[in-house]
Design a protein around this ligand. Structure first.
Ligand SMILES: [Zn+2]
Length: 241
């Protein structure tokens, strides 16, 4: 009897863990995390440009080198914030975005999505296996679900692409990246930055091509992502729980 009660309590805790809402931090335009530091990925084009960020964020050039290694220009570098700068941002009411989510639910792979440039489904003679979300170059792409990085490589028309595997044979793909920030085998939390938006591969402008697959079958991401008011016309009926 005692053992049965133990099993019931255990199952109850699993259900609570899967279905309880939790507020999780999401990497956005202002706050990103990399190697345990808070900061931002920026395209640094010259030493003068680097000096500007070093003074703006109240850090030293060595702080930048510690995170990025040898500094190369015309590349995205992670510029860590000083405690002082974080406090300044907080004083202005700027803090990291958070999103209310259940452990079992996907979140949007970009902190802000205003429109969809191409939906999932037939596109002329070809089938579009994902949802295209326009964004400016360098916008952080976040993991839509806890999981493990399966591959990071150049995939022809998809350009620089990140593939992740998740629980229950779910899989996500993030294509046309400008820069990939994770490597194969990394375990990633939902909301964590994994790459930066670009237009690599066959692409007409900066955007994220985002896919959700189940047992390798591409599904409409909008059926899984939280409802967004401004995308109402493109939403299919959300019947997945
Ligand atoms: Zn696409």
């Amino acid at each position: 009897m005692r053992r049965l009660i133990g099993i019931v309590i255990f199952l109850f805790l699993i259900i609570v863990a899967l279905y309880a809402d939790e507020r999780i931090p999401v990497d956005d335009r202002n706050f990103q995390e990399y190697k345990g530091r808070v900061g931002i990925w920026v395209l640094v084009i010259s030493p003068a440009n680097l000096s500007y960020y070093v003074s703006k964020f109240c850090i030293t050039k060595k702080d930048v080198e510690d995170v990025n290694g040898r500094i190369r220009y015309r590349e995205y570098l992670f510029i860590p914030y000083s405690e002082k700068y974080i406090k300044e941002l907080e004083a202005q009411g700027i803090k990291k975005e958070t999103v209310l989510t259940r452990k079992s639910d996907f979140i949007w792979p970009l902190a802000q999505v205003k429109n969809i440039s191409s939906s999932f489904g037939q596109r002329g003679a070809r089938f579009h296996t994902g949802t295209d979300m326009p964004a400016t170059q360098g916008t952080p792409i976040v993991a839509a679900m806890d999981g493990r990085v399966l591959s990071t490589r150049y995939e022809g028309g998809f350009g620089w692409t990140i593939c992740m595997e998740h629980r229950d044979n779910f899989f996500t793909r993030y294509a046309h990246c400008f820069k990939i920030l994770v490597k194969e085998g990394d375990c990633i939390k939902k909301g964590q930055v994994i790459g930066l938006v670009g237009t690599t591969g066959t692409s007409t402008g900066n955007h994220l091509h985002f896919e959700i697959r189940y047992n390798d079958i591409p599904l409409n991401p909008l059926d899984f992502l939280p409802y967004k008011e401004n995308l109402v016309n493109l939403h299919a009926v959300r019947n997945w729980k």
